[in-house]
Design a protein around this ligand. Structure first.
Ligand code: SIN
Length: 325
């Protein structure tokens, strides 16, 4: 039979709990992440052919890590493989299996550097594959359902977990254990996967940046990412860490402020010293919801609503864009 042009869904494996195994089925925390290959994960889903609706699957193992260990080098590699497959006219969309711990950072990074016109769907699991009732197979099936959906492309990179579709910009891990561990905060979910179909509830097209901060070709040649660190405001915060980081050559700092981005005066003084020394400083809030409301006289740029970890990715890419101009 002749396949239609966009006849393939590519699933890229990177590890995580979705590929994790434990010695006992009841063990949901004492397992080892990143043990099973992505092809094995797909083989375990008997209902996959129905979700594919005639498309064929291609599986590729890009990495096998616990996502707490995610690195810039692996992001470079993953972005390159995504770009390779997205350029193939026979590919309709990509699914990426990923650990939950840094999924939101990878999602934001990939959206920024790929700005894809085809679906790129990250998925994950909170329970290892050996659990009595693992959530990975359903999440992977749901992710394939989203990748096949004709409306998915307009949303750019998305994340699917526990039947909920989140945008790369808004997705955030908000619980360390529950199966529905992700939320989109005030923005709300993009959609829901129900009975093998996607119900989109938010229609606005994706907008992270009007241009790519760096081309995939240039990104692949970067030897070392600009160092950007996160410092948090808290009761008793001091500027010691900031001063040490500046001495150590940090290029950018994200200040995860309290409330509306407020900073202990000792930390603020150190950040002002850092700024005077040429370090880029961006202010975010450590609050799980909402954003910093900036005022014209603010000494530091605000993160434009990005969480501290995503603001870190954005600043790193901004510095890279300048370095590689
Ligand atoms: C990881 O992030 O790789 C481990 C934790 C998880 O996937 O839930």
């Amino acid at each position: 039979m002749v396949q239609p042009d966009n006849s393939r869904i590519v699933v890229l494996g990177t590890g995580g709990t979705i590929a994790g195994t434990a010695a006992r089925a009841g063990d949901h925390t004492g397992y080892t992440a990143a043990q099973l290959g992505v092809a094995q994960l797909l083989d375990a889903i008997g209902t996959l052919p129905a979700a594919l609706r005639g498309r064929t699957l291609v599986a590729e193992q890009v990495a096998q890590i616990d996502s707490k260990d995610m690195s810039f080098a692996l992001w470079q590699q993953l972005a390159a493989r995504c770009a390779h497959w997205l350029a193939d006219p026979a590919v309709q969309g990509l699914v990426i299996t990923h650990g939950t711990d840094t999924l939101e950072e990878t999602a934001y990074f990939l959206q920024a550097v790929l700005q894809p016109c085809k679906p790129v769907v990250l998925t994950c699991a909170m329970r290892p594959a050996t659990a009595l009732a693992p959530d990975g197979p359903q999440n992977l099936l749901d992710a394939v359902t989203v990748a096949v959906d004709s409306d998915a492309a307009s949303h750019g990179v998305v994340a699917v977990c526990a039947g909920v579709v989140h945008s790369a910009r808004d997705v955030r891990k908000s619980h360390p254990y529950r199966l529905d561990a992700f939320g989109s905060g005030e923005a709300g979910a993009l959609g829901y996967v129900e009975e093998n179909a996607v119900r989109w509830v938010r229609r606005e097209p994706v907008s992270i940046d009007s241009h790519r901060p760096i081309s995939i070709q240039k990104l692949g040649k970067v030897k070392q990412a600009p160092r950007v660190e996160i410092v948090m405001n808290h009761a008793g915060a001091s500027g010691v860490i900031v001063d040490l980081l500046v001495k150590d050559g940090v290029r950018g700092l994200i200040a995860a402020g309290t409330g509306n981005g407020t900073l202990h005066h000792d930390l603020e003084a150190a950040l002002l010293r850092a700024k005077a020394a040429g370090v880029k400083v961006v202010r975010a809030t450590r609050c799980a919801q909402g954003r910093v409301l900036p005022r014209p006289a603010d000494a530091f740029a605000d993160s434009n609503g990005l969480s501290p970890v995503k603001a870190r990715v954005a600043l790193m890419l901004e510095l890279l864009a300048v370095d590689t101009r």
